[in-house]
Design a protein around this ligand. Sequence first.
Ligand SMILES: NC(=O)c1ccc[n+]([C@@H]2O[C@H](COP(=O)([O-])OP(=O)(O)OC[C@H]3O[C@@H](n4cnc5c(N)ncnc54)[C@H](OP(=O)(O)O)[C@@H]3O)[C@@H](O)[C@H]2O)c1
Length: 260
Amino acid sequence: MSVALITGPTSGIGRGFAEEFARRGFDVVLVSRDGARLEALAADLAARHGVGCEVFVADLAVRADVDRVAERLAAADRPISALVNNAGFGLASSFLDTGVEDEQRLLDVLVVAVMRLTHAALPGMIDRRHGMVINVSSVAGWITGGTYSAAKSWVTVFSESLAQQLEGTGVRMTAACPGFVRTEFHQRAEIEMTALPDFMWLDAPAVVDQAFRDLAVRRPVSVTGLQYKAISGVLRNTPRAVSRFATSLRGRNPRFNPKH
Ligand SMILES: NC(=O)c1ccc[n+]([C@@H]2O[C@H](COP(=O)([O-])OP(=O)(O)OC[C@H]3O[C@@H](n4cnc5c(N)ncnc54)[C@H](OP(=O)(O)O)[C@@H]3O)[C@@H](O)[C@H]2O)c1
């Protein structure tokens, strides 16, 4: 039985990935901080899909926890054939107002954990000539939306570069770059989103479905929805000055701003 390890499966996009891998018959390793939610998800997936579920409580901002997950990924006797680096969060304030430890946590979860877990997973996948890595990034990586954008930009370029290097190895990688998705993300970060029009919201299953379809055709960057394909096409092909201006317009609308 193939095994998929998913970080951040207790809600939102990660939950969608856990559901889809289980539906496809993969056993799953579920990694996040909330043990009770992980256990409930594992019981639910096992009951509905008849797959094996391993619960792995870990805070990906803590190096020792990341190392334990990395060890599990590298374990040759229980090989992992799919890794989804999905866990993440946003910060409610700009860099100038955020404590440095919160900025460190953001970087640790969104970047350092992604790098270390991918580094642990790839050698075994390459030896077995089979595997897939999905890194959940964001269209925010193409705008100048603070340190979150900078981190997601890293994830996208990292994934694109590795997808290229992995050609011919049997291992596939893609960066899933969604726009706004209805999850717990904005509520957890206390980001007010009432002004966002309905057509700009995506659902997690659509993001998951798009990532699988893009992985199947070896597309290194996966964007869900016509509206975001158009927006990202523009953002990726316009001068940076234009994307800086567009980002500043969003910043001037108080209804898109975090509560302080
Ligand atoms: N929602 C959007 O609009 C949107 C758009 C583009 C990209 N994204 C990206 O999508 C990914 C998933 O976010 P989501 O929207 O699905 O948000 P979500 O519903 O809040 O889910 C976040 C998941 O990450 C886990 N997590 C957070 N911090 C963690 C930590 N320190 N260690 C381990 N797990 C941690 C949470 O689990 P526990 O609480 O159990 O630890 C939860 O399962 C993130 O990388 C986010 O940046 C989201």
